[in-house]
Design a protein around this ligand. Sequence first.
Ligand code: F0G
Length: 384
Amino acid sequence: MQFQMCATSAIAVAYWRSPARRSARRSLFDERRASRKTIDQSGVWRFREGVLEIDEAKILTHPEGATRMYERDGLFFKHEGENPTGSFKDRGMTVAITQAKRIGARAVACASTGNTSASLAAYAAQARIPAIVFVPSGKVAAGKLAQTLAYGALCLKVRGDFDAAMRLVLEASQRLGIYLVNSINPFRIEGQKTIVWELLQDLEWNPPDWIVAPAGNLGNTSAFGKALVEARDAGWISRTPRLAAIQATGANPFYRSFSEKFARRHRVRPETIASAIRIGDPVSYEKAVAAVRATNGVVEEVTDDELMTAKHDIDTMGIGCEPASATTLAGVRKLRKAGLMRDSERVVCVLTGHLLKDPGEGAGRVVEIDPDISAVERILATEQ
Ligand code: F0G
């Protein structure tokens, strides 16, 4: 299989080597926003010259992307939870499954904390390719597992954490000839770049000072760095925003490396309430280091309390997101406090997953009552 023939080092070299094609212009992307054609309506394939060279008829799209950008309290929130399966993973998956079909893959697989598996299952169903997902047993949010099963994937619950599931799927793909679509698959990264390109387009190509994203397996951090370098090289932007990658304190190997100026790679035993980023040994470490360096970026960590407070605040703005996504707002607060980020700077937080993926307790209250108006009156009286 084509992907398996790429050694890891070859992927790393190729990482900076596929600049957006010269024929790609901002005006072309802007015109496509008004088009009714399905691939133009996709926020991934709208940028197709910079994503994948392929016959348009062979593109497998839901369509995805074209998510909203919210402005609240002086911050921008790009809500990738508004993708078809409720997370940003759909942007990479449309490209990876298009490629899987192109090479005639017999089956597709990934390890996942839940969102990649839901996305893979949906796109594999559309492509009619069998899907196998490897998830850490007991550590996947209920909504994500339900989606994965509904779309018809075979789900292998691995007794171990995400990192163990990742190692197993790598071995399985090498031995059993299954096409691997985790974010070490370069086609995933090509699709995820469009989160950045679309948010730049949302801002009329006037770049923000910062782009803030949660960091787990580091696919997104890698993709964002590549997107920004390519956008600058293609002349779509004249200034490069800085990346801020935010980890949970209990799953912070990338933060630890950053704190030592990337002197060495860390691995940790992960523990955090944000199950999407409960990852101790991220596979895209090297590409993510390159992304942080290329954008004069930073890596920050936030505690579970800090990220859950931020989630409460995003939820009660009426937007909502899953816990991992809220690391962004928590990270902004911390970076501002440290003086690294100024209040006057324009910041885009990328919300990676939908509120309903991992609901839990919320800011509202539930009170059970008899079907009796006096019960309602009593409750409302205590609320005054
Ligand atoms: N936010 C959400 C909601 C995620 O699901 C993930 C990763 C991330 C952030 C981190 O992105 O891995 O590119 O650094 N979820 C993967 C999964 C691991 O299997 O769904 P990353």
